[in-house]
Ligand binder design. Structure first.
Ligand SMILES: Cc1cc2nc3c(=O)[nH]c(=O)nc-3n(C[C@H](O)[C@H](O)[C@H](O)COP(=O)(O)O)c2cc1C
Length: 212
């Protein structure tokens, strides 16, 4: 009797161990695949907002990490990608976060050229309410395209707000919180770039993106 209990317990233990190993293995392999897919998606997005015609480098090869919680909305460093033509920097795409979305953080990427003009903005990740706050997703609405070509004129550029707050950007029907947070994040990023342009664009690459 005792021997049979020990035998069954050992078998059960072995089985549990094998299952744990299998789950860990699957987890490891899917984690890498998911990361690769995310990086691929990011590269597609970067190509949309920084036109191929204006740069001749591979954006992923000039990735820098920027850490500034007040500007980027999160404590951890976020990547930015520098585009250059003939070795001269021409634009940057900075990842940033609007921490004050309706349902928490909205992750976006803002591409800016050396003159401080927005080349394009795209949402990378968000949890805003479908049908209300999700117009920040280009698949749902062209709203993010309204940033293209914009720049900040002077310290008190009142146009950088939603229309309800006296600015130039549309809010969404019955949903002002999301676009307000979003406009704020793009504005902070643009301001930061304008104030730190030289330092940012001359920084050597210090992060890596997997891409195949
Ligand atoms: C269930 C629910 C989900 C909502 N989701 C959002 C959202 O994702 N984004 C947003 O800006 N407002 C959302 N709202 C509306 C906000 O509570 C708020 O009323 C609105 O942003 C204010 O916009 P308004 O000034 O145009 O009324 C949601 C409201 C409810 C009840």
């Amino acid at each position: 009797m005792k021997r049979s209990i020990v035998k069954n317990a050992s078998l059960l233990g072995l089985f549990a161990l094998l299952c744990t190993a299998l789950v860990a293995l699957v987890n490891q392999s899917t984690f890498e695949r998911i990361k690769q897919q995310q990086d691929l998606e990011l590269m597609r997005t970067l190509h949309q907002i920084i036109p191929d015609e204006i740069h001749d480098n591979a954006l992923i090869e000039h990735c820098i990490l920027i850490q500034d919680a007040d500007v980027l909305g999160v404590d951890e460093p976020l990547p930015a990608y520098i585009a250059s033509q003939g070795g001269e920097p021409v634009a940057i795409a900075m990842e940033t976060v609007a921490p004050d979305g309706y349902n928490g953080q909205i992750k976006l990427v803002v591409a800016i050229d050396v003159k401080g003009e927005v080349l394009g903005v795209r949402t990378l990740n968000h949890n805003e309410t479908p049908g209300l706050g999700d117009k920040i997703d280009l698949r749902k609405s062209p709203w993010v395209l309204s940033f293209k070509g914009q720049s900040i004129q002077g310290e008190q550029d009142k146009r950088w707000a939603v229309k309800k707050d006296g600015g130039q950007f549309d809010q969404f029907t019955g949903a002002t919180i999301t676009p307000r947070a979003y406009v704020g994040a793009v504005k902070r990023t643009l301001r930061y770039f304008n104030a730190n342009k030289q330092t940012l664009l001359s920084r050597p690459a210090n992060c890596e993106v997997q891409y195949e």
